[in-house]
Design a protein around this ligand. Sequence first.
Ligand code: 5AD
Ligand code: SF4
Length: 443
Amino acid sequence: MQDKRPMKFITFTWGCQMNDHDSEVIRALLEQRGLVWTEDIEEADVIVLNTCSVRKSAEQKVMSFLGKLKHLKESRPDVVVAVGGCMTQNQEISDQLRKSGHVNIIFGARSFHRLPSLISSYERTGNQVVETDLEEQPPSGALPAHRDSRIKAYVTIMYGCDNFCSYCVVPYARGRERSRGSASVLAEARRIADLGYTEIQLLGQNVNSYRDPEGKRSFAELLAAVGEVAGIRRVRFMTSHPRDFTREIVQAIDAVPTLCDHVHLPVQSGSSRILQLMNRGYTREDYLERVSWIKAARRPIALSTDIIVGFPGETPSDFNATMELLAQVEYDSLFGYKYSSRPDTPASTMADSVSESEKAARLQVLLDRQRESQRISYSKQLGQILEVMVEGVNPAREQIIGRSSQNKPVNFTCAQPITPAPGSYLQVKITATHPNSLAGEAV
Ligand code: 5AD
Ligand code: SF4
């Protein structure tokens, strides 16, 4: 007699928001096919890994997880293991996965939406299925998504990346840029608002090079249009490339109150010499000009950035230039990384000249300086009243957790007898500040 129990699946995701959202799409597509989500790997019939290859450390995490799965697969050979995402686009890794003996399906960063049919194909034949075609055009319409959050919704507006920064694996892992039509993005935003979401985050590797295939809207116009969708109270976007960042975006933030007071503008280095070696397409001065537009906005806009330390050939004086840039810009938050050589990238042919210990030392100096800078800049918000979106509660500290429009975490107390629901908005008076968060009480 045939077992009618529906198949259960679990997904594991590494990497950026784009990958997180791809996994939300995978979940919805598998659920549409009748599979049931589980959080317990022991009861999963299908295990999906959505991988990241941005740094070697990310790949190592996935590899060690795969090592553990080998044992699971030995004791439960019927389990289907599907590995997809950025790592599988690398030939060497893909070959390794093919030969590993315990990976049944290999899907690329551009074929994640085909996973249901790849699973069917594996079930039919019992043979390993490999689908890593990067030429495949991603769907131009909206894909279904089972979103992890009930209050914030990711919306992909473009796939791939054409920048070819010399250190970066993304153009090789996610293929050429392709934007979704603005009408389809807006229709999705309206559906999301109808579902009760009030915050939307537009996603793309470089949202500033968004090109509406319908020719209707620039990125800034799309941003403004999403901000005007009824019911939407907050719109964020990730990631901006400084080269393509326009004044129009700042004007949109000024004009449309729902666009959040926050821009993530990765600089990567404060040295024009290193920026050129990185193929970033802008100088330190160009970058600072973008920053001056943002700082001249009518409302204060928080700035965050990404920095790589120890890029091939980075001298102490190049690193110093980065530290001086930090002092000049006064970022509200910063993500710092040690340079990691990635296969197939132009930088991988340059001598990885900065030692691991020197990279670690520079990173520590960078993060310490940033912490001190944030301690000072966050303290300027003392006494202010900010609108905070509630994200949850911290029962241990009897605090409500939320975020300001500037994306700063706010922990606060509330005199009301009923705890405000996640997704609600409250005015909070800031009564204490820390380097990474604000504290206060609802007014
Ligand atoms: N080594 C270290 N950091 C990297 N990033 C991208 N590629 C590398 C690399 N090879 C960082 C960049 C990027 C962020 C997502 O990851 O700072 O903005
Ligand atoms: Fe990782 Fe980059 Fe791929 Fe995102 S796009 S998953 S950060 S390699």
